[in-house]
Design a protein around this ligand. Structure first.
Ligand SMILES: NC(=O)C1=CN([C@@H]2O[C@H](COP(=O)(O)OP(=O)(O)OC[C@H]3O[C@@H](n4cnc5c(N)ncnc54)[C@H](O)[C@@H]3O)[C@@H](O)[C@H]2O)[C@@H](O)CC1
Ligand SMILES: [K+]
Length: 572
């Protein structure tokens, strides 16, 4: 299991440890682990070219001390000081003594030299900001982050990729180009996102007055300008080399990133939530945890691994019959949307329950039976219900939902069921002993509206953890919020991020498959939160198996791959 702690928790745990350790000991532990990982990634250290991006805090200190260790082992180490007057003093002295070269951002020709060094590096160490970071990267760090993404160097983030929010995984959107080129006011914009702008001054400090004085260059065919900035993805855009001193031209070409894109992140003491939740998780690449002796309290977020899921998955006892293994009642599909019922049933049959009972319109039941002859059709005793996939929202659907919510068994509510639930409000779940809601972002907006909270899809996507927790508390239910990172929150404060999954799962019917798996697991007697964690994990893994080698998959392929996902987990 991966456990993540908030910045506040990490700071408290660090303070407790620092109080009993000699000064600087913790940073040396961090730097030793970091240098060891970098050495491993480099393979051959002597002669390798390592570039350090060094910010104004202890994150930069870690990078400098790791650089010192690599320099002593024969690397050529160049440190780019983005805030020269505030770089870690002891770290700088150590690197200098080991033969490292120092390049302050206020030196003439810095930007061009820095970009050339990054372009020629084997490894770039991102020590711009760690858990003390606020908002988007500021100039010139944003330009160097883009240069690192374009270079062939391995990019290793120190503690976390600079620019991602450690607690949420949020990454600020690129600011519009014209604002940036507008002068001092525009310069403040990137740092002005959330929180204080303590570093705004150093953004200017870094490159002297050039940012203010160079005139904005109009966007032409070769300079896509503002529009291109918004489109910038992983590896920047092909752009021409900037003219020395013409910093605005650099921004005009869209060659800046609001956060570092790392291949590997070496994080200290514990995972940070932002490393487990997209977009931060995507920016972090492979995350390696280096122990530094912290003993933090209960985590704010967990991510299951194979073994955790294997421990939770039900195993039938020798004496089990189909009823003892659990029967799922699936209230799904309508004459308008029969496919949802067929898909959800197919997945439910692979979800570990003893039987699946379909309850719904006769023609849909016939279609379900034709596809899955092992399904029971019609009302009867069940251990849990899954309601909502393709249900429609008419009077018949409302009546079915009401019956299910009154049955006295755990209920998973999905899709149209969530739309109806948002109208009914949280009191509709009062008689359900264990509800599991599985919204996507749009449905989450509706559910929040049902609590009297107005929000947008974009807000939900930017605040996935907070949204899931808010819904869980508001409805008194476990909430599985689907998305590029699926997150799960229960009403007692337990929160999980799902580490499996693939963009190929963004396909019609994928949610119905998840409903089937989670519903079946609920029927086997798992707690709603455990059913949600296991189902999201298996679903993500099945999606990966079904889309292996980049072959697009249909939702039915994902359901068909579920047994292989199950087997892979069990092997752990
Ligand atoms: N406290 C400890 O005991 C340990 C801390 N360690 C390292 O220390 C880091 C935290 O250090 P700090 O608290 O000094 O904070 P950081 O080094 O993370 O960053 C704080 C500095 O960055 C500036 N800044 C904030 N947002 C910025 C942005 N968007 N662009 C540019 N500059 C920005 C601030 O003005 C401030 O000077 C951890 O992430 C970890 O790497 C490790 O050495 C392990 C031990
Ligand atoms: K960093």
């Amino acid at each position: 299991m991966r456990e993540a702690h908030s910045v506040e928790q990490v700071r408290a745990a660090e303070a407790a440890l620092m109080a009993v350790l000699p000064g600087g000991a913790l940073m040396q532990r961090a730097a030793a682990g970091l240098a060891a990982t970098c050495a491993g990634l480099l393979g051959r250290v002597p002669g390798s070219r390592v570039v350090l991006l060094v910010g104004s805090g202890d994150n930069g200190g870690d990078a400098l001390f790791a650089g010192e260790r690599l320099a002593r082992r024969g690397s050529r180490v160049d440190a780019l000081l983005l805030a020269p007057k505030r770089a870690h003093t002891a770290g700088l002295a150590a690197l200098r003594a080991a033969g490292g070269r120092i390049h302050p951002a206020d030196a003439p020709g810095f930007l061009a030299d820095a970009q050339a060094l990054v372009g020629g590096a084997d490894l770039v160490l991102d020590g711009i900001v760690g858990i003390g970071g606020r908002g988007a990267l500021r100039p010139p760090a944003d330009v160097l982050a883009a240069a690192a993404a374009r270079s062939r160097a391995l990019v290793v983030a120190v503690d976390l990729p600079s620019g991602i929010d450690a607690d949420t995984g949020a990454v600020a959107a690129p600011p519009p180009g014209p604002d940036r080129a507008a002068g001092p006011a525009g310069l403040d914009a990137p740092g002005a996102a959330p929180g204080p702008v303590a570093g705004a001054a150093e953004a200017v400090e870094g490159v002297g007055g050039a940012w203010h004085e160079a005139p904005p260059r109009p966007a032409g065919p070769g300079l896509p300008g503002a529009a291109a900035r918004g489109d910038l993805t992983a590896h920047g855009t092909a752009a021409q080399a900037p003219a020395e001193g013409d910093a605005h031209a650099v921004f005009g070409t869209g060659m800046a990133l609001t956060a570092v894109r790392a291949d590997v992140t070496v994080t200290f003491g514990t995972y940070k939530p932002g490393l487990l939740v997209d977009p931060g998780a995507e920016y972090a690449g492979v995350v390696e945890l280096v122990g530094i002796g912290l003993t933090p309290p209960a985590p704010v977020l967990r991510a299951a691994q194979h073994a955790d899921v294997a421990r939770l998955l039900p195993v039938p006892a020798r004496e089990s019959d189909k009823y003892a293994r659990g029967v799922l009642g699936l209230v799904a599909g309508s004459e308008r949307y029969p496919g949802a019922a067929v898909l959800a049933t197919g997945a439910a049959l692979r979800g570990g329950a003893g039987a699946v009972r379909y309850v719904g319109p006769r023609p849909v039941g016939d279609a379900v039976l034709a596809a899955h002859p092992e399904v029971l059709v019609g009302d009867g005793r069940v251990q849990a219900y899954a309601v909502g996939a393709g249900l429609d929202t008419g009077s018949e659907a409302r009546a079915r939902l009401a019956t299910v919510l009154d049955a006295g068994v755990p209920v998973l509510v999905d899709a149209d069921g969530l739309t109806l639930l948002a109208e009914l409000g949280k009191s509709a779940l009062a008689r359900v002993p264990g509800a599991l809601l599985t919204p996507h972002a749009g449905e989450a907006v509706r559910l929040l509206a049902g609590l009297g909270l107005a929000t947008t899809r974009a807000d939900v996507e930017a605040e996935r953890l907070a949204t899931a927790a808010e819904l869980a508390a508001g409805y008194g239910a476990t909430v599985l919020l689907k998305g590029s990172t699926t997150v799960i929150a229960d009403p007692y404060g337990e929160t999980w991020a799902n580490p499996t999954g693939t963009p190929y799962l963004a396909t019609a019917g994928s949610g119905d498959v998840l409903t089937g798996l989670a519903g079946a697991l609920l029927a086997t007697g798992l707690r709603p939160v455990d059913a949600a964690v296991c189902a999201a994990y298996l679903h993500g893994l099945a999606g990966r198996l079904a889309s292996a080698d980049g072959v697009p998959c249909a939702a039915s392929d994902v359901a068909a791959a579920a047994p292989r996902a199950w087997a892979e987990v069990r092997r752990a």
